[in-house]
Design a protein around this ligand. Structure first.
Ligand code: HPA
Length: 273
């Protein structure tokens, strides 16, 4: 057994013990600005990441590093506040232990959330976008050191069409606007140049961000279904006069956060697995 496998087994056992008879089939991984989702969890049991050997130690402001078990919209869930980003070390596989732990627990759905810049003049800050597909612009993979043929994982329907249809139906029923589009993953941590943004527009992306894609690849490799939501926190570089900063991302996210959390709760409540 590798060190990672051992850490995953230990982490899964600890979570299973704390979850008792309400082990979730849905995991929600929160990005910047989505903390309201964790606040909405009922009967919460918290496990800090540092108690789980397969989980990373976090460094970015706005990310707590907490796993919360409980119910959301009447469903058992596991809400993960905070992810480690590839831009922190250059390693795209930093979340491998986390996703493998979720899979080991029998989680079937990974609902990811993130903050993103908009490449589409019609997609304004505060808007929520369902990710239909992604562009792995950096061409890094969290599966580089995988030994088996399973590493050649299909990325067709990476963002599950049935779950996307359910999410749209929920949003429509609740009267909540929900856009959709392609998410381009850039490594960061620097923001893009105006020329890079023009390139991503030509390539067909509607949003750009520094996360999500490695976890999607890991989850698909582990056989989980993925749904992802982007909160548009800014127009991408060159599309508005504003100067981009992480503070700005968190500030806009705080304003759109309540609405975003309500949408996630409604989507989870309606999820049919
Ligand atoms: N670019 C990259 N990542 C981001 C952005 C952006 O404009 N906004 C929020 N995350």
């Amino acid at each position: 057994m590798t060190t990672l496998q051992a850490a995953v087994t230990t982490s899964a056992a600890l979570i299973r013990q704390r979850a008792g008879d309400r082990l979730p089939r849905i995991a929600v991984l929160l990005g910047s600005g989505w903390a309201g989702v964790a606040d909405a969890v009922k009967d919460a049991v918290d496990i800090p990441y540092h108690e789980l050997p397969a989980f990373p130690v976090l460094g970015v402001g706005g990310h707590a590093g907490l796993l919360r078990l409980g119910t959301l919209g009447g469903q058992n869930v596991m809400v993960l506040s905070g992810r480690k980003h590839a831009y922190e070390t250059g390693d795209a596989s930093v979340m491998k232990g986390v996703i493998r732990t979720l899979a080991a627990l029998g989680c079937e759905v990974l609902l990811q959330t993130n903050a993103a810049g908009s490449l589409d003049p019609a997609l304004r800050p505060g808007a929520l976008m369902l990710v239909t597909d992604h562009l792995n612009i950096v061409q890094r993979s969290p599966l580089f050191d995988e030994p088996a043929d399973g590493r050649f994982v299909s990325m067709a329907d990476a963002y599950d069409p049935l779950l996307r249809a359910q999410a749209h139906a929920t949003a429509a029923r609740a009267g909540m606007p929900l856009d959709e589009g392609v998410y381009a993953w850039v490594m960061g941590p620097q923001f893009e140049t105006p020329a890079e943004i023009r390139m991503l527009q030509v390539l067909g992306a509607q949003a750009v961000g520094m996360s999500t894609v490695p976890e999607t690849i890991l989850a698909r490799h582990a056989g989980m279904h993925v749904l992802a939501l982007s909160m548009i926190t800014n127009m991408a570089c060159g599309l508005s006069e504003e100067v981009l900063s992480h503070f700005h991302t968190l500030d806009t996210a705080a304003q759109a956060g309540e609405h975003a959390a309500q949408l996630v709760e409604a989507i989870v409540a309606d999820l049919e697995l």
